[in-house]
Design a protein around this ligand. Sequence first.
Ligand SMILES: O=C(O)CCC(=O)C(=O)O
Ligand SMILES: [Fe+2]
Length: 325
Amino acid sequence: MHIKTKTKKNKTLFCLFVFALFQTKINCKLYPKLKESSILDDKENIEVVVDYFNRQQSIAEQCVHDVLELQCLSQENHIKCWNSLFPCHVEQQKIKSDTTPLEKFGVSSDNKETQVMDDKKVEKEQDNSESELKTNDNATIIASDVHKNVEKHVKEKQTVSRVYHTARMKESLSLSNMVVIQYFKDGIEDIPCVEHIDYSLVSLVSANDGGLQVRHIEMFDWIDCNKVLECNGYITEEQKNRVLVVLMGLTLGELLHGRVACFHQVIKSFTKDRISLPFFFYADPCGQIRPSLIQKIRFPLTEKDLVDKNIDDLIAANTHASVNF
Ligand SMILES: O=C(O)CCC(=O)C(=O)O
Ligand SMILES: [Fe+2]
């Protein structure tokens, strides 16, 4: 596990980055204690963060499974297919600027061969409905292609969370990381975390402290997550602590044929220091994705559609709500 600290000049944010690979799973019950002390440099608190991280990791896996299950044309093998996204044997290496995209992510042509072989093994166990894949080695997409698209999007739009994107250009990172952010109550910014989408597959965020807002997919106005919780009967701090907001990230959006990732921000509506532990769950750039996992968009938009049809109806028909509580 690597831990980094970063203090912004205006002292509004104090970020402690926790990168960890699959640790033993232990139930987390100490998060409220962490909030009280908000001192993250003693061993006990680091253990708290790691425990919390482990719990988030399994929840995030479950969320992505669920999303893929909903989207899959053929559901039987989706877990096996998803597992092929995480070829843990491929060690991530330091990224050098003069390497090819695949080498950048630690994949030599030998490794690529091995992954295709592994994938064939999975295919063998599949039923006839996917028989066309058995004869076609090109039927697998190397996940770095998805990442390349995401990178393109990052270049075009400056709204993507930099947490993973910039850091991973410099060093190897875990496929999951958690960031501990402290927003100071006397910070000067009205929007201490400006509108953005995350690079991740999914991000898990607690909404118990107020301030987190997500954009409504059709109306484009801001929804206050805390208010949604209260409307749904989560009133006390204890009740709110049990809720996680699942934000769909850019990579999952890209996998699902460009579905809209969740735009979100944090406004300064909190009255005491706000501690947040967003958990980012990423796709392995070296992994493989079976195309049959990804359902085609229900009807592709054409210029004619845009002229003939009401744009609101088109958006509504082509998108799913990107936030689930
Ligand atoms: O602090 C929060 O609740 C959200 C932070 C966030 O969106 C991010 O770090 O990407
Ligand atoms: Fe975010």
